[in-house]
Design a protein. Structure first.
Length: 242
């Protein structure tokens, strides 16, 4: 479709298709109604290790019941919400054809809530969780790439696509138990340019963090190759897959 449609019609919300306030100059093209649905958990207390929501009496540094048994090679997780309801719906739609504007707006929404904290981390590099080359041939766009581009732009930090490669295909994490999950993620990633990660503070990007096993495996590979620190950013944290 021609870009001219944008001028012929008032701008629409990328989540529901409803009218967007034309005065809004935000690059997040999501209407107020969708915004309030998608940000229910955005500013609630969350576990500093895994991004799960926690009550006020939990020691957020030590982890929550979702992650206490896990070892993570990443330091903390930025996320917009919980993988449920409206958030789950938009994350799934973002993967489909023409899902890129929706993903970009979701990345902007994360930035509105966590941008200051993200900036304070002083990242040197943004790295999306890669796909296996065989998967890459089948998909038009890879959600982590679109999110990484949006956050890289905001942070004014380069996005390192070819730095991390997925060298082995994996099974769907959510259906596996804990032992299978770790086996499934063993030696899945490889750093193709170690000099590019040495001493760097890296923002590792995925669309959803489920058990954390994938992000852990990627973060561990980056750390083993000399990265100083790895922090994860996703749209949503999925719960209940312990
Ligand atoms: Zn909307
Ligand atoms: Zn946790």
């Amino acid at each position: 479709m021609a870009a001219g449609w944008d001028f012929a019609f008032p701008p629409a919300c990328v989540a529901c298709g409803g009218d967007l306030d034309v005065r809004s100059r935000s690059s997040c093209r999501i209407c107020d109604e969708c915004r309030s649905k998608l940000t229910v958990h955005a500013d609630h207390l969350s576990c500093l290790r895994c991004g799960a929501p926690v009550g006020p009496y939990v020691d957020r540094q030590r982890g929550c019941q979702e992650c206490r048994r896990e070892q993570f090679a990443f330091k903390t997780v930025f996320r917009l919400g919980i993988y449920d309801g409206a958030v789950r719906e938009v994350v799934i739609r973002g993967k489909y054809l023409h899902g890129e504007p929706l993903l970009t707006s979701l990345a902007e929404l994360v930035w509105e809530h966590a941008g200051n904290e993200m900036e304070a981390m002083k990242f040197n590099l943004v790295v999306p969780i890669p796909q296996h080359w065989r998967q890459r041939m089948l998909t038009r766009h890879h959600a982590p790439d679109i999110l990484a581009e949006a956050w890289g732009r905001r942070l004014q930090v380069p996005v390192g696509y070819p730095i991390l490669a997925k060298v082995r295909k994996t099974r769907k994490q959510a259906r596996l138990n804990r032992t299978e999950r770790h086996k499934n993620q063993h030696q899945v990633f490889r750093v193709t340019r170690p000099a590019s990660v040495q001493g760097k503070t890296i923002l590792l990007v995925d669309d959803v963090l489920t058990t954390g096993a994938t992000a852990h495996s990627a973060a561990r590979t980056l750390r083993q190759n000399g990265a100083k620190m790895v922090v994860v950013a996703v749209i949503a944290r999925a719960l209940g897959h312990r």
